[in-house]
Design a protein around this ligand. Structure first.
Ligand SMILES: [Ca+2]
Ligand SMILES: [Ca+2]
Ligand SMILES: [Ca+2]
Length: 578
């Protein structure tokens, strides 16, 4: 099996800002080709020990020994009680399974060896599919996920947290996001320190009621309004980036579990000027800065920002404030993914923002068809970096448009960019701690590395030779391979280390609806016991990591203790039910 060592490791771990320009010409617009949805606008109110790897099935062994010897010793009283514990799996091959204490096998092995009989045994391991597909029913319509190698990538891990257990947040600068969408709601960031709609800035971050992000267009906390439904653009971008994967519903995002921070950049009053974009970017920047300064206690760990919004026929010297924001974001470790225009033009001759913003923290994306051929979008061989399939993208739409099936096909660079932003977030979920440490001391260097992993691992396509710097299409698994090679060089044990250190993380906590998930770097069976404050068991059950666990009884509001056993490790987590 190629790369089996990696396979094993995988198994083991698995300003207010001012505006002086006229917007009569340069109105910002969504980078998609879709027509608005034809519904009338309406107001929407707002480890086990180091010796036992976590991929080992507890106390279970495979044994290979001559079946005739087993039959023979079954007549021997001193051995019979031992040999009878082996359950035959294949007689002619001499394959047995044993469940119990290893000492029994050691004793049997000694007796076999005395008799000159070969006796081999090993712990039995959980196996995994080599190409991981989530159970979302509309996945067959999402062929772009195969084009960018997501099933191979997911096999390396699919947690919404990094190796330090930090939640991964992606800011989405767009026209809002349907927070009630069944396939998005669990993956939408909320500001836990903010009490919604009480007219107060509870977390004292300068933004009143910013429970769900921020509306930079209007400077309000409303991140989903009638225009969000009418255009549906931000919801569709969110679907590509981070629709909940493997939840048995709808579609799967590039990353299954992530927290998407909705930042609405359009104004409901007058023209859509770029002030909304700048204010939105500033919100993401401030939240990340706060997260860094508070060592993760406040703010949000924003690792990527998606911008499927742009300014046609504009040059960088016409939008210096906007362009400089990408550097500000990079200074706090945020990589931005920007969609170039959908017009089939040379952006370097005709202009386009953000395409022409010069920032190492920005990856500019053009669009291909599913066959990786160029899809008639903006191009520029020094400013457009990469392409991703924006030609036929099946994704989420606002639930209000079609409550029975809130999904549809979309096209445009708008839907290619979130594949890059999603890839950045996903890479953050699997990257080694050495990289995360580097990010905390030298974000430029860390961003340069990740940018390089993504841009140097594309699949070249002739049709893209005159389109973008890399002449190729995003390949997420190839990017992982580059990342893995770098991590192996700097932190050779990075895969194995997590066996000891990885602990499941319970969220949401506090929970409002008596359900929660235990996030873990890989999908694992769990045994869960929940105790109330007085130590009584209130719930027992089995489940899987990264899947929703719902109580079959109503729990009173209060403090609980969740004992979660994953592999051989038990962890106690304090859980608050509201
Ligand atoms: Ca606030
Ligand atoms: Ca508040
Ligand atoms: Ca889904």
């Amino acid at each position: 099996m190629p790369g089996s060592d990696k396979a094993i490791r995988r198994l083991i771990f698995v300003a207010s800002f001012f505006l002086v320009c006229s917007f009569a010409v340069n109105l910002i617009h969504a980078q998609s080709l879709q027509k608005p949805h034809s519904i009338p606008p309406q107001l929407y109110p707002k480890s086990s020990s180091t010796a036992i790897a976590s991929n080992v099935i507890p106390n279970t062994y495979l044994v290979r020994v001559s079946s005739s010897w087993i039959k023979f010793v079954s007549l021997e009283p001193s051995i019979a009680n031992l040999s009878s514990q082996l359950k035959c799996q294949d007689e002619s091959f001499g394959l047995y399974r044993f469940v119990g204490n290893e000492s029994v096998l050691l004793e049997l092995k000694a007796k076999a060896n005395l008799a000159g009989i070969p006796f081999t045994y090993q712990p039995e391991h959980y196996i995994q599919r080599r190409s991981l597909k989530p159970n979302d029913p509309l996945l067959p319509q999402q062929r772009y996920l195969d084009v960018i190698q997501m099933p191979l990538a997911w096999e390396q891990g699919m947690a919404g947290v990094n190796r330090y257990g930090d939640t991964l947040v992606v800011a989405v600068v767009d026209d809002g996001m349907d927070t009630s969408h069944p396939d998005l709601r669990e993956n939408i960031w909320v500001n836990r320190k903010e009490i919604p709609w009480n007219g107060k800035d509870d977390d004292n971050n300068g933004y009143t009621d910013d429970y769900w992000g921020w509306n930079g267009g209007d400077s309000t906390p409303i991140i989903f309004n009638s225009e969000s439904i009418f255009y549906g653009h931000g919801t569709s971008v969110a679907g590509v980036l981070g629709a909940r994967g493997n939840n048995g519903i709808g579609v799967s995002g590039v990353i299954w579990q992530v927290k998407m921070m909705p930042l609405l950049c359009y104004s409901t009053k007058g023209a859509d000027g770029e002030v909304g974009v700048v204010r939105s970017m500033l919100y993401a920047y401030r939240q990340k800065k706060r997260w860094i300064n508070s060592q993760g206690k406040e703010g949000a760990n924003v690792v990527a920002l998606n911008m499927s919004v742009g300014l046609d026929k504009a040059f960088a010297n016409e939008a210096p404030i906007w362009c400089a924001m990408f550097d500000s974001l990079a200074s706090v470790g945020i990589i931005s993914a920007g969609a170039t225009t959908n017009s089939n033009i040379d952006v370097e001759k005709e202009g386009d923002i953000p395409s022409l913003c010069l920032s190492d923290g920005l990856i500019v994306t053009s669009s291909t068809l599913l066959n990786k051929q160029f899809d008639q979008a903006g191009y520029g061989t020094t400013s457009v970096d990469i392409a991703a399939p924006g030609g036929d993208v099946y994704t989420a739409i606002p639930r209000q448009i079609n409550p029975a099936s809130p999904y549809k096909g979309e096209q445009g660079t708008s839907f290619a960019a979130p594949m890059i932003a999603g890839t950045v977030a996903w890479l953050n979920s699997v990257v080694c701690k050495y990289y995360l440490d580097l990010m905390s001391v030298n974000s430029d260097s860390a961003i340069g590395l990740m940018r390089n992993w993504i841009l140097t691992s594309v699949e070249p396509n002739k049709s893209l030779d005159t389109v973008c710097v890399t002449s190729g299409v995003l390949q997420c698994f190839n990017a992982w391979k580059k990342m893995d090679a770098w991590c192996m060089l700097h932190e050779p044990t990075y895969g194995a280390d997590d066996i000891v250190s990885a602990k499941p993380i319970l969220f949401p906590n506090p929970s409002l609806d008596q359900s929660f998930e235990l996030a873990f770097p890989m999908s694992m069976p769990l045994t869960v016991s929940i105790y109330d404050a007085s130590g009584r068991v209130v719930w027992n059950g089995v489940a899987n990591t990264n899947e929703k666990i719902e109580m079959n009884r109503k729990l009173a509001s209060g403090l609980y203790y969740v004992d979660a056993k994953v592999g051989g490790d038990s962890t106690r987590i304090t859980w608050i039910v509201n």
